[in-house]
Design a protein around this ligand. Sequence first.
Ligand code: HEM
Length: 495
Amino acid sequence: MDMTSMLVFCVVVLLCYYALRTPNNIPMGPLTVPLLGNIPQLIGRNPLLLFRKWRKQYGDVFSVYMGSQLLIVLNGYTTIKEALVARGNVLSERPHNFLLDKIKDGEGIIFASEASWKKQRKLAVNCLQELGFGRNSFEICVADEAKILIELIEQNADNALNLKDILTTCVANVICGIMFGRRFSHEDKQFLDILANISEDAKNLGNTNILINCFPFLQYFPGDLLGTQIILEHKQVFQKFYEGLYESHQSTLDENNPRDFMDLYLIKMKNNSTLSSKEENANIVANLKALVGDLFGAGTETTSTTLLWAVLYLLHYPDVQEKCYDEIQTVLGMERLPSLDDRSHLPYCEATILETLRIAAVVPLAVPHATTRDVYFRGFRIPKESSILINLDSILHDCDIFNDPGVFRPERFLDSSGQVRKPKEFIPFSCGRRVCIGKKVARMELFIFLTTMIQKFQFLPVDPCHLPDLEGNLGLSFAPKYFQVKIVRRQDVKS
Ligand code: HEM
């Protein structure tokens, strides 16, 4: 074959490929490479920035291919609200995913679908409500943990400190208080390992997920290049941890006196069960472990990462830090610790938290949604079982909603009388049927932890000439890169 025939042949093959690949009415998207789809454009790049560019080119609904897997990316408030609320009945399932199917045993909430998801979510919400989750009674637990946070920072004051571990342990202990009725020491090796594993998985799952799900054979490559084995090893560690907690609860369970989430869940499940006792037990335990794992993982990584971003932005915007501190001084002084009742009296602090949730967009692509049948949406066909990415970043960084979205400016959340004003488009916790179930408690933790830290300490860069990077790493959540901060006691600043 001469060169010209070869070229003609290649062009014909490519044209056939594109003609066959783009079934009718699927949203447009960037050009793909055979077999790989858009993976070559995405590897090593920040997908959020690429999605911003592709939204400009292809509109609010566009398609991306991961290998042969179709992802529909939804952008902008109007489109996302319509999909999750008006069409929530058909766009709220979760996609099948090779890696997650390997990781999970029971159903849980986050990655479950259909009847099982409905049942587990309802049950979890009921248990959490009975325990006072998101209400003031639950505040004591957060406030106690905030005191420990202050003590731990105090021990390291004046040194360069990476706050990640301390914050993660405190946030995790709040969830442990609710789930297991106990907290763990900051020196408990098993607990620290669990938290480090959650964090590593959250980082790895983003990238590993994409490749492994497209090309499952990669799991057999030597050297665990994609970290799949590590994720599976972590699963064993989590299972052992939850198993131990389950056994201690089961053996001391008093059906008339539930102590925590685990007790309540066990009681409710046993009362509702129609299965024989052996099946029943295996089923309940698997689902309980999956559910506890979901709440523990989702509740720890997201909230502690948001706190880390807040500290990082305060380093970059010292004037915001001083305004928060001054407000706290005026309302509370140096000694009285912040409580939830103070929230309405500390609007600038509250606006700073909202601005952190906006600019950091810690869960920028939510959790992938899916449909169980072909759905027509905005004139496009979304085929059965394709993944749907809810691009929350496209709302939280939309310059038509938030002027200068790259600038950290808490004032955008204040009205002319200085009171907090939240635009309806502010949805960092998503919306519709899958809306985050921990949003109230997350907002409570963010408020108490952050205001307590600002009241007691000043955060300074370790090297004033080189501030830590504001770029983050995108895994399951969007986390700041490793950074250290110098922390000075406020009393010492004053004297
Ligand atoms: C700053 C902290 C947090 C942020 C920004 C956040 C954000 C989100 C987002 C965007 C989703 C995906 C919703 C969707 O798929 O459309 C989600 C789901 C979820 N979140 Fe959160 N979250 C936070 C804290 C928490 C906490 C503290 C808990 C529990 C203690 C929690 C539990 C969950 C669960 C269980 C789901 C899955 C809901 C479902 O699939 O039905 N989250 N969260």
